[in-house]
Design a protein around this ligand. Structure first.
Ligand code: FES
Length: 137
């Protein structure tokens, strides 16, 4: 069993590795998908669709969301389902949710916090604890 610090940031990708296409990564035994939203902010989600467990990393990024390659559910940066193409009017599946991780992008590296705490761990070089969406600088 791997042991690691729980309340810490871990580098998952170089900034230039992540663009508008999903990137799959396994870190500390957890499969992740990383992509950038339309504003260029990095997003890190668990790499499994909650519907039939297809890897989101082989899906596609559409604006701010990632679309599952299997049945097309779409998820935003918080992991919330935003569209179900098979329902009337694309109404999202409320129960479908993907785990979303705090993201910090600094010095050309995208990091993920290994925490479920409300506040993300302190990042060296910043004056306060970072928010989960502190990405892009
Ligand atoms: S497996 Fe993702 S939408 Fe069905």
């Amino acid at each position: 069993m791997t042991q690691y610090l729980r309340n810490a940031w871990y580098a998952v990708a170089y900034s230039d590795e992540v663009a508008d296409r999903p990137l799959g990564r396994t870190m500390l035994g957890t499969e992740l998908v990383i992509y950038r939203d339309s504003a260029g902010k990095a997003v890190i989600l668990y790499d499994r669709c909650p519907h039939r467990f297809a890897p989101l990393s082989v899906g596609k990024v559409i604006g701010d969301v990632i679309q599952c390659p299997y049945h097309g559910l779409q998820f935003d940066a918080t992991g919330r389902c935003t569209r179900n193409p098979h329902s009337k009017g694309g109404k999202p599946l409320q129960a479908a949710r993907v785990a979303a991780f705090p993201v910090l992008e600094r010095y050309g590296v995208i990091c993920r916090a290994t925490t479920r705490w409300r506040r993300s761990p302190h990042c060296p070089g910043s004056n306060s604890s970072s928010t989960p969406r502190d990405s892009g600088s």
